[in-house]
Design a protein around this ligand. Structure first.
Ligand SMILES: [Zn+2]
Length: 330
């Protein structure tokens, strides 16, 4: 424990020195790419404050009682949820500017267009389709060819009780493969008690990374990243990445919800297995602008990562994966 707290204070001092240099405008912060951001309309039913790493204990409850809460805001200093679209946009883009963050964002098209208009250099728009009922293949291809969207995601068939290799999605992946558009697919953890709350069709077993294999075999030129790094199925994740050289992962969601020790154990295992060049930083940011800082801190404070490995996770791996022009961000 002692070692950790020494490290933490060392890190804080470092951060303060860094902060003052950047605040004085002497140096621009090195760029960070967050590959997993959700653009959402403000919704009073989803405007709860958030305590990071809140899944420390997951009480059993009882089916006769109300369903467990998806989030927990019961801590001394929770992250505040934005209460309006404008508040969210201003806070998010302000923070992104200050911390030099570029975001791959998907979700509500109107919000996404507003963010992109306000900060075209900070937003990389992404188009998600999780079932054939949402949009026709033709409409999807037209949208992806239109120039606004650069990425396909978040594709999340798991919430609908479907495997990512389900044939009803196959033509959509075919379009992304043909156009050379990278795809982000939700695999693994999807929120505590999800099957009891909003997604009765959600199946933990449909987050198994191996379920991607048939689809990848049908689309050998498709470039995908596994969102949430298939948490907690680390062995399948490592085996899948070993067998498929173009599969990357992001760290979104689990890095701020599960206990920190567990988060670090998972990331460390990916690194130990040799995949430091295939991990991308991501948050799964929804309505809490401060989550950017909270999640960056997790990587910054990982004492098992070298500075080069941190830069790979924050930036270099995403530049390579998305074929970005890195000179634009310097
Ligand atoms: Zn997800």
């Amino acid at each position: 424990m002692k070692k950790t707290s020494n490290f933490q204070s060392y890190f804080l001092i470092l951060l303060m020195l860094y902060g003052s240099a950047f605040a004085q405008g002497t140096k621009k912060r090195p760029p960070i790419i967050d590959v997993h951001v959700h653009a959402m309309k403000a919704n009073p039913n989803f405007a709860n404050d958030l305590c990071p790493w809140f899944l420390k204990n997951m009480p059993g409850g009882d089916p006769k009682q109300p369903a467990p809460s998806f989030l927990n805001g019961d801590c001394p200093d929770p992250l505040k949820a934005a209460k309006s679209d404008k508040e969210m946009q201003d806070a998010l883009l302000g923070t992104a500017e200050r911390l030099n963050v570029i975001m791959v964002a998907s979700g509500d098209a109107e919000i996404l267009h507003k963010w992109h208009k306000a900060a075209p250099n900070r937003i990389i728009p992404s188009l998600g389709v999780s079932s054939g009922k949402e949009m026709t293949v033709k409409a999807f291809e037209d949208s992806l060819s239109g120039g606004f969207y650069k990425v396909m995601g978040e594709v999340a068939p798991q919430y609908q009780g479907m495997s990512p290799s389900d044939m009803t999605l196959d033509e959509y992946f075919g379009v992304a493969e043909k156009l050379g558009v990278p795809v982000g697919i939700h695999m693994g953890t999807g929120g505590n008690g999800m099957a009891n709350i909003t997604s009765p069709k959600y199946r933990a077993s449909l987050g198994r990374p191996f379920l991607l294999e048939d689809m990848l075999a049908r689309h050998p030129k498709l470039k995908i990243w596994v969102m949430h790094a298939g948490y907690p199925m680390i062995d399948e994740m490592i085996a899948l990445m070993g067998a498929n050289a173009y599969v990357y992962v992001d760290l979104a969601g689990f890095i701020w919800s599960y206990p920190l020790e567990e988060v670090h154990a998972y990331m460390k295992r990916l690194i130990q297995a040799g995949f430091g060049k295939r991990i991308m930083y991501g948050t799964d940011l929804m309505v809490w602008p401060k989550l950017l800082e909270t999640s960056i801190g997790v990587i910054e404070s990982a004492n098992y990562l070298s500075e080069d490995q941190k830069r790979d996770i924050f930036f270099n791996n995403a530049v390579r994966f998305f074929n970005l022009d890195e000179s634009k961000f310097k």
